[in-house]
Structures are given as C-alpha cells and as structure tokens.
Design a binder for this molecule. Sequence first.
Ligand code: COI
Length: 370
Amino acid sequence: MTATAQDVTFTIQRSETPKSAEERAEILANPGFGNHFTDHTAVVDYTVDADGNGSWHDARVEPYGPISLDPAAGVLHYGQEIFEGLKAYRHADGSIWTFRPDANARRLNKSAERLALPQLPEEVFVEAIKRLVAEDQDWVPSGDGEALYLRPFMIATEAFLGVRPAREVSFRVIASPAGNYFGGELKPVSIWISRQYARAGRGGTGAAKCGGNYAASLIAQMEAESHGCKQVLFLDPFNDNAVEELGGMNVFFVLKDGSLVTPALSGTILEGVTRSSIITVAREMGREVVERKITLDEWRDGVASGEIAEVFACGTAAVITPIGLLKDETESIGSEDAKAGEVTMAIRERLLGIQTGKVEDTHGWLTRLA
Ligand code: COI
C-alpha cells in the first residue's frame, strides 16, 4: 500500500524550550558543520499490519530530542538505516528554498529498496521538509556558503532479533545550520589514498546512502586524518584501481582542454545530486563532461603531464571543494599549497548562485519552503 501526502497530515507540537534568540544568533555566527540542531524534528512512522499491508502514519513535527527506541530495534543490530542530505538556502529577499528535493526523495527510495525498507512517497518527503523548515526558519543562515543542512533518515524501529526486514520503521528529518564542511575558509584539501580498505563491492550497498557504508569508511578516514588529510579516496582494487569516491563525496577532474571527467556510476558509488547537477551546469557552461572509468595511474600521470589541470570534490555538504594533494605512504600527487582552480570555482559559483537565487533557475530545481 502506498500513501500520498494527502493521506499523511502533519500535526505540529511546538517546542516549549526552544533555544533563545541570543543562543541561536551565537550558533549562527559560526555554525561549523553538524554541531548544532534546530528546535524541531519531523517524523512519520510506518507499520505493516497483520495482513502484510504497510502504511505511513502519525506524521508530525515535534520538539527536537532523544528518540526512545527498544534495545532490540532492528537499526541497532542489523543497521537497517538510510539517510539523505540536502540544504535550505536563504535568498536575498529572506525567502527560503531547497534544491532538487525530488531527486533526494527518489534516491532515498532507491536506498530503501536496497536496504529492504519501505518506499516513502516523494510528496511526504518534501512535505516533511517544508513543515520542519516552516517551524525552524529562523535557523536558516544567510552568510556566504551557509545554509540549513537537512538530514532525512529512515530507521528500523521494530523490536525483533530475527534477521528480516522490520515491520515498524520511522522516517525523520533533523536540521543543522551549516558553514564550510571542512571548517574555516574554503581552500584546497589533501586526500589520503586508502590501499587497505574498500568502501563497497559489486552487488553490495555502495550505490545506496546507508549508514553502514559510512561506518565502513571510518577506519580509513581515521588513517587519512592521522596523515593530515581531510578525506579518504577509495579505489576499486579489482578494477585497475579505478577511482570510486571519497569518504563522503564524489570526485571531478578538469582536463587541460577544459573538459570534465567524473567516475561513471558503476553500482559501487553514490549517485550524488550535486554530482548530477554539476554535470548539467558544466555542460550549460559549454564544457564537455564525460562519465567514465578513471584510474589512479591516470590521475598520477595526468597531474605530472599537465593533462589534469584541476581536481575537486563535491557533495551537498562539501558543495564543491578543490583538492590540492593526493597522497599515501609511497607517493604525493599534486601539492598541498595548490590554489583553487578557476574552472572549479566558476562551477561552484554558478551552482551556489542557482541555489541561493543569484543565478536564474532554468531547470525548476528550487522549491520554496518558507
Ligand atoms: C552530504 O553531502 O550530504 C553527505 O551526506 C556527506 C556527509 C556529510 C555524510
């Protein structure tokens, strides 16, 4: 059984203890990434009845706070969890907009299919975001490169230890004011090559946005950080060390002829909404964009010969962040002191321009939230 937004009506329970205007202003003055949360959360529950029919119900916006879960809840044992990331942007006239929420809703459902979680109607996904942001609109920052990061997620809440898909599930959205993901001013980051660990394998969950993929990336991310790097690069060691993705973002290369290359969607990497938007925007800017296999050897040789002029990371959280150096114990490709590339920054400005209302949205990518 599928539900529509018409069937799912949100009730609103306002927080009795919202943060004070002073406390909020202090947070918004220096939001960082993912450290502070707004006053409310949106929730929609799902239950499968005795006849095997599932339905979404009890849609609500309620005060932000701890979730009460049975210790046997499926998410705690078998990791049946998926999530999304998108942002709410404040435009110059004070209005608040989000970017391609339908694309995030569709990807959530692809992830849900892979993780044997229920399909959530796209309208319910968007409605949950609208209702939450309507309540917490004072939390949307207006600084350059800042936004309210929205984190929708779905978890198995049924208490049951057999290994099977849960019959009780909860979809939730939380929100967190965000500045630069990597902190401070935007500057090229260093990336660590993971040789020992892979992020995903054929037939696995690499194309799904599930917590398990990120859990599996953490040991490599710790290794990266211990070598002074901000992110880790995962390769496919069974496919000529093809470049896959970073711990939490996709990768693009700008070649010396001005064209762009990004790893093709192989089933083991995430189809980033930012990645797909960059492909469209760059083509509109007159650039050729090719999705294909690109190996570590090609990255190394391309930087050495000048064939590769710029490299950047992209994602909702990272937006577009230049990559300066790629390294491991045996080699260094590029330079820590590299400057942000011109093409990288031009695409970043254009994409952020659309998101923040400074550049015309010719694709209908923006949805007004408040
Ligand atoms: C995002 O860009 O939204 C991500 O999910 C990356 C990371 C913060 C997990």
